[in-house]
Design a protein around this ligand. Structure first.
Ligand code: PLP
Length: 768
């Protein structure tokens, strides 16, 4: 592999760069030798302080050289070579670090410093050529070691400059050069992405479909790093990981157990496997945030009752278990389960357990999540523990190309998962033309987590906690000046216990909050989370998922006099170039992840404060949200506060939140299996039905409003008295969208048509 040394600069920390003496002369000679003779790039740095700052920001150094005695004349200086070294080693155990010293100083160097070094370079005794050669050799060795198994081989392959006589048709990118639009694309992405976009005709790289060769090595390495017995890379997202898992275990007419809050790919899994679903119902709080399912729903008795209530499902024989139980961990809003408790409950009732951890692939790498992710070490496992399947979108919160996901498997106590059998299901959902760059991104994501997962996530969590504290402090300060003042609250504990003392969350030390799991556990005695009857040590809030609450709902769940619907806030933020993850009626979600930095956080807080000022002064909409009024001039001349209030009053009058709550609370009757409803669709035995005619009809596809992204009705469930709230909710929503243009939300399964200047909702239903 060819290493471009210039891309891996050498950081030299010394104050001799701008002095004129013997030492500085030799330092300049060394720099010159490295640059001119060895084609290296040097980043000079004059103080230990600046070096630490640089090392926190940059991870592209190929080697570091630290002058031992910068502070010889200043023994009280804050930083030392040891603190620079410690800053490096906290994040990177492998980078070569040399101490620049001389014989006289060597005896002063403590053993713990020497232990963490690659070596010492004697300033005066070796030749400059020797010193430079030694640094370069270590740099090359280090950089070569950065390439994990598959990525390294892919680069080697592309550097062989072979003539491609195989797919993909662009053949290393040259196909694009036949047309200017193609050239534009080639220039935008750069040559490497095409040279490494290969067909499966490159046997040196192994086979994804057989999990062999270097691809197989990379998958095995990921299994080790993520704590699995078996890992497969899946290149079409966790949507497909979920399908593969179900395809590999479930047969038609099996009874399956699913969290109603699941992603739609699981609902499609129910359709594809032709199974009978029963559902776990997640708790909802007053803001509509989804919480954990009740442990009491997971007992055999509760499950048999659920089956009994669904008339079309045959009774489960006494000696049989459910085929699979699937839960979302963590939920969108960051509620994570204690999987050990779940496993003990579910192993009594299910043959397989499935955790959909699409948003949670990092949990293994930071101790605050111990015991709260699917692949956690579990001393309570026994013969009866079933296989555990975990689906993770590596691309969502780790670093991989979009759609690059992983399927992890942990064998059961007595039931092992047969890779050959699982692979048959895998191949039903995989393309025979895998994207090798995506595989490389999964391989590298694994290496990144193994080498520095803990320090990376520590930074992320510290920052998330910092933002949470700042928002809480702003709120507290404003209220201290005027008890009627307001600011956006973050959904989080209000009090924490630190060393036996109970204090406000915002006063607790950031490092403590970022490292103490108990601070994030949802307790039944706390009211901040708004969920009733929470089981002991059962669920925790993930610090990185930031749910902001907007005013509008009273602590008892009733609607407040005044309110700020979250969609107005996120519309405003959009205009300020800040894009949120999810917006609900009175809450919105932001992810504080690997790509978050302080500037981004401060921009957010200042935008929120700016919104508050505009709201408090009832600034005209065209001033507050010009991008919005340009598109929807109807709002011009209206004050921002009045605009919020109009929407709030509509939500209040039409009882939209109550209807939504009731829609999710009532489990509708199932008239036919979801797969049968789908068969009606394929057989063209379906028609669009307007809301006014919906009563008594059976939707052929699931109806999922966003927010919150949970099915109100599954295909095959009937709109009757029991599901009346769904019908009422959809009617209220239709009226809302007709009144407030610009606030249309996505509702999967609803066709919106415009007739006579009015938007009408129609649902695809099975013909009568
Ligand atoms: C809980 C959950 N599972 C699965 C998926 C699908 O993941 P992917 O986008 O990787 O297909 C999503 C996507 O949003 C999700 O939220």
């Amino acid at each position: 592999m060819k290493i471009v040394k210039e891309s891996w600069p050498i950081l030299i920390v010394s104050n001799q760069f701008d002095t004129r003496n013997d030492e500085s002369f030799r330092l300049r000679e060394l720099t010159h030798e490295l640059e001119e003779e060895h084609e290296c790039k040097i980043v000079p740095c004059l103080s230990y302080e600046d070096a630490i700052e640089l090392l926190l920001r940059r991870t592209d150094f190929g080697a570091v050289v630290i002058d031992w005695d910068i502070n010889r004349t200043n023994p009280d200086a804050k930083h030392s070579p040891a603190s620079v070294l410690s800053a490096i080693r906290k994040r990177n155990l492998k980078i070569p670090v040399f101490l620049l010293t001389d014989w006289l100083e060597a005896s002063d160097i403590p053993l713990e410093v020497i232990n963490q070094l690659t070596g010492c370079l004697w300033k005066t005794s070796d030749t400059i050529e020797f010193l430079a050669g030694r640094i370069e050799r270590h740099l090359i060795k280090y950089v070569k070691g950065l390439y994990p198994p598959f990525f390294g081989k892919l680069i080697d392959y592309s550097e062989e400059y072979k003539y491609a006589w195989h797919t993909p048709g662009h053949m290393g990118g040259t196909g694009f050069l036949r047309n200017p639009s193609g050239v534009a694309l080639f220039k935008f992405f750069g040559e490497n992405i095409f040279r490494s976009d290969l067909s499966i005709s490159a046997p040196e790289l192994g086979s994804l479909l057989e999990h062999s060769g270097v691809i197989g090595d990379a998958e095995k390495n990921s299994a080790r790093v993520f704590g699995a017995d078996l890992t497969y890379y899946v290149l079409n997202g966790t949507s497909n990981v979920n399908q593969i898992i179900w395809r590999s275990v479930a047969l038609p007419d099996d009874i399956v157990f699913v969290d109603r809050n699941c992603h739609k790919s699981l609902n499609y899994s129910i359709v594809n496997t032709d199974t009978f679903p029963i559902y776990m119902k997640p708790r909802r709080n007053r803001w509509g945030i989804m919480g954990p399912v009740r442990l009491s729903e997971l007992t055999e008795k509760a499950i048999r009752q659920k089956i009994k209530k669904r008339e079309i499902i045959p009774e489960l024989p006494r000696d049989k278990k459910l085929k699979i139980a699937a839960l979302t961990n963590s939920t969108y809003d960051g509620v994570c389960y204690n999987v050990k408790i779940l496993k003990r409950a579910l192993e009594e009732v299910a043959e397989n357990i499935h955790f959909d951890e699409a948003w949670y692939a990092y949990a293994k790498f930071y101790p605050i999540y111990d015991g709260f992710f699917g692949m956690s070490a579990d001393e309570g496992e026994s013969e009866k523990t079933p296989p555990i399947y975990v689906a993770q979108s590596t691309h969502k919160l780790l670093t991989a190309f979009s759609q690059a996901s992983m399927l992890h498997v942990k064998n059961g106590g007595s039931k092992k998962v047969c890779p050959h059998e699982l692979n048959e299901a895998y191949m039903m959902h995989a393309s025979t033309s895998p994207q090798y760059n995506m595989i490389a991104s999964l391989d590298v994501a694994t290496r990144m987590m193994e080498d520095s997962g803990e320090s990376m996530w520590k930074d992320v969590i510290m920052m998330a906690v910092g933002l949470r504290k700042t928002a809480a402090k702003i709120s507290r300060e404003l209220k201290a000046r005027n008890p009627n003042d307001w600011f956006f609250e973050i959904w989080q504990p209000r009090k924490v216990k630190v060393g036996g003392e109970i204090m406000d969350f915002e006063d607790a030390p950031t490092a403590y909050l970022a490292s103490t799991q108990s601070a994030w556990i949802l307790n039944s005695s706390d009211d901040w989370h708004g969920f009733d009857g929470i089981e002991e040590n059962y669920a925790m809030l993930d610090p990185i998922k930031l749910t902001f609450i907007t005013p509008g709902i009273n602590p008892d769940g009733s609607m407040a006099e005044t309110g700020i619907p979250a969609e107005v806030v996120t519309n405003y933020l959009q205009g300020e170039g800040i894009v949120c993850e999810k917006t609900d009626y009175y809450s919105f979600l932001l992810l504080n992840s690997l790509g978050t930095n302080r500037a981004k956080q401060e921009t957010l807080l200042s935008a929120l404060l700016h919104f508050k000022n505009l709201y408090d002064t009832n600034a005209p909409m065209e001033e507050a949200m010009p991008h919005f009024t340009q598109k929807y001039p109807k709002y011009m001349g209206v004050g921002l506060r009045d605009h919020c209030q109009q929407i709030h009053e509509f939500i209040k009058e039409r009882e939209i939140l109550r209807l939504m709550h009731e829609s999710f609370d009532a489990m509708p009757d199932q008239a036919m299996k979801p797969s049968e409803a789908y068969r009606n669709l394929v057989g063209k035995n379906v028609e669009f039905v307007e809301l006014k005619d919906l009563f008594g009809r059976i939707p052929a596809v699931m109806i999922v409003p966003y927010p919150p992204g949970i099915p109100m009705l599954m295909g095959g469930e009937i709109v009757n008295k029991k599901s009346r709230a769904v019908f009422e909710y959809l009617k209220a929503r239709e009226a809302f969208e007709n009144k407030f243009c610009g606030y249309a939300s996505e509702i999967h399964g609803i066709e919106k048509t415009e007739r006579g200047g009015k938007i009408r909702f129609e649902l695809m239903c099975v013909k009568k």
